[in-house]
Every structure is written in C-alpha cells, then in structure tokens.
Ligand binder design. Structure first.
Ligand SMILES: Nc1ncnc2c1ncn2[C@@H]1O[C@H](COP(=O)(O)OP(=O)(O)O)[C@@H](O)[C@H]1O
Ligand SMILES: [Mg+2]
Length: 322
C-alpha cells in the first residue's frame, strides 16, 4: 500500500484501501470498514476525476479559473445512440477536424462552430464529451453563471477571455444550456441585458477565426434562437426523442453484463413512449441494479416496464413545470 502511493499511483492506493475495508468488514469491524470507505470516497470526490480516464489535462488557471470547467470526456461517439443523419454529420465533422491541416493548406476552414438543439436528456452534452474524447482534446464547459454578471462590460470581457483561450489552446469549448445567454429571463430589463450578451457572443463567433477548437453551444430551447444566430454556426444538429430502434439501443447499452433472453420489445417500447434517452438509460440501469442486489443475472420485460413506468410517473408529476 505504501509502495503504491510512493509511486504516485493514487488510484491503486485507494483500491487497496478498499480491500482493507472489506477485510475489516468480514472480520466484523463494520465501523472501521465504513470509516475507510468514507475516507476513500472523500479522496476521490476531492480529486474530482474519473480514475478510469487516464488523460491528464491541466486545469484552467488565473482569470479563467471559475469560468472554464475541465470535464471528463468519453472515448467513443459510437456509444451515443443517434439517428443516422446525425451520426454521419458527426463523422464528417471528426474527419474535418482530424484533417484540418490539409483543409487549411487548401484555404478551407474546418467546421468547428456547432449548435446542438433538442429536448433534455437526448445526448447533447454526451455528444460534446464524445467529440472531445474522439479528438483527444480536453473539454471545457463555460460556466455561464460566472460568465454572465450584472455588468455588461464585465461579461463581454469574460467572453473575450474565453474566445482568446479557444485560440491559445485547442480544446472543445461547450456553452451548455446556451439559452441562458440567448435570453430566458422574463423581466424585461434582463431580456435587454441578455440580448447584449448574446450580441457580443455573436461578434466573437463572426471573427474570421484562426481557431480550429470546436465550439459547441447546446440548448433545450430552440424557440429562443433566431435566424441571425443560426447563421453563425457551421453545423446545427437537431437531437430528438428516441424512436423504437433507438429505445432498444439505449436499453441494450445499459444492460451490458446481464442476460435478457426473452424480452418483449414491443411492450418495452410502448412503455418508453415519450421518455428521453436519459430517462430510458436510467430505467434500464435501475433494473440492472435491482438484479445485482437480488443476485440475478437476467432481466425480464416486467422489470424493465416497471422501471420505465416509474419514469413516466415522475415525468407526469413534474409536467406542469415544464
Ligand atoms: N442519445 C443517447 N444515447 C445514449 N445515451 C444517452 C443519450 N442521450 C442521453 N443518454 C444518457 O443520458 C445521460 C444524460 O444525457 P445528456 O447528454 O446530458 O443529455 P442532454 O445534454 O441532451 O440534456 C447521458 O449521460 C447518457 O447516459
Ligand atoms: Mg446537457
């Protein structure tokens, strides 16, 4: 244990600590075991990175700290269940990014300004994570709450910082929940304010750019975006609720490791109607957890439909606020 930490392999250190905790528990020393586990959890949370992802990108510093958040990336775009037309465009985009030097030599700019539009839980953030993963770039999420202050001048200066950084450091920059910039506030004062923030965002987007950093804006509220805005993007990808085939794909992806020999897919698809990919993924995941806890290796139609129906109920309970 000491050696692994001396060699700087913190994750190995923590997993040995968990083995010690398990041994303590087996010998009936629950309290000690729980203390060790809590300490490991705290250490992992403090570090804030998924240990299974080995790429270490440096965190933003100075003025950018608090404005940009370094996020985990995913390795594969293929893990995102998407309709064919979106996958094709993403593949094309990856190709342009990978061969950007070649394009630049021919006087062309690789597409890099992207807008993801679609309902919550349809995979917009996940896709941005996968883009970064495929391109082996860090993913920076712009903290809109820090960016947008009550003082317009300040907000514009911060935007300038972010856009300068896209030039300095190649990465995927994600303006998630972009509608906050586009103007969701209801008070008329705020609307005017948001408009101005949006305008300065648009100006930065217009600048003939030397950056090849993908800049992704994602929003659940397409109705807030006007044509002037849409024109600024190289690609606008529309995400949607899943069709029957995508429902299956999301469920199967989340049942990995389990057996499900005789599922009645029509019944499952029926119960998944109107749910987002995120809700369906969650339902499948809940069914798997139940099975693991009950020491079962198979998943049945009834178990899945029960979990999906729970999601439907939750959705109904919150519907008035949407
Ligand atoms: N298209 C999809 N394919 C597979 N899983 C998905 C998809 N969309 C959402 N999910 C699941 O739901 C989670 C949340 O989705 P997210 O990308 O945050 O949605 P959005 O940003 O559109 O609101 C993802 O981490 C993933 O587990
Ligand atoms: Mg999102």
């Amino acid at each position: 244990m000491l050696r692994s930490q001396a060699e700087g392999d913190e994750e190995q250190y923590l997993s040995i600590a968990l083995q010690v905790a398990a041994a303590e528990a087996r010998q009936g020393r629950r309290e000690t075991a729980n203390e060790i586990r809590a300490a490991v959890d705290a250490a992992r949370a403090h570090r804030g990175v998924n240990p299974s992802i080995p790429i270490a990108f440096s965190r933003p510093k100075g003025d950018l700290e608090g404005l940009l958040e370094l996020r985990e990336t995913r390795n594969r775009i293929a893990d995102v269940v998407l309709p064919g037309h979106i996958s094709e465009r993403l593949e094309n985009l990856l190709l342009q990014q990978r061969r950007r030097d070649w394009l630049r030599e021919h006087g062309r700019v690789p597409s890099h300004r992207l807008l993801f539009v679609g309902p919550p839980g349809s995979g917009k953030t996940m896709t941005a994570e996968a883009l970064a993963g495929e391109l082996r770039l860090p993913l920076f999420v712009i903290r809109l709450d820090t960016l947008i202050t009550r003082f317009m001048g300040e907000t514009a200066a911060k935007l300038r910082l972010v856009f300068d950084e896209t030039l300095r450091r190649r990465a995927v920059y994600l303006f998630d929940e972009f509608d906050a910039v586009g103007g969701r506030r209801s008070a008329s004062n705020d609307v005017a304010e948001m408009r101005r923030v949006l305008n300065s965002f648009l100006q930065f987007m217009e600048e003939p750019s030397a950056t090849d950093s993908p800049i992704v804006a994602a929003t659940n509220h397409p109705e807030l975006l006007d044509r002037a805005l849409l024109r600024r993007f190289d690609e606008v990808l529309e995400f949607d609720l899943p069709d029957a085939e995508q429902v299956r794909a999301v469920i199967k992806a989340n049942l990995r490791g389990m057996k499900y020999p005789r599922l009645s897919w029509p019944a499952i698809e029926d119960m998944a109607q109107g749910l987002s990919q995120a809700e369906i993924a969650r339902a499948a995941n809940e069914a798997v957890k139940d099975a693991i806890l009950a020491q079962r290796k198979t998943i049945s139609t009834a178990q899945l439909t029960a979990k999906l129906s729970e999601r439907q109920a939750m959705r109904a309970a919150f519907a008035p606020n949407v």
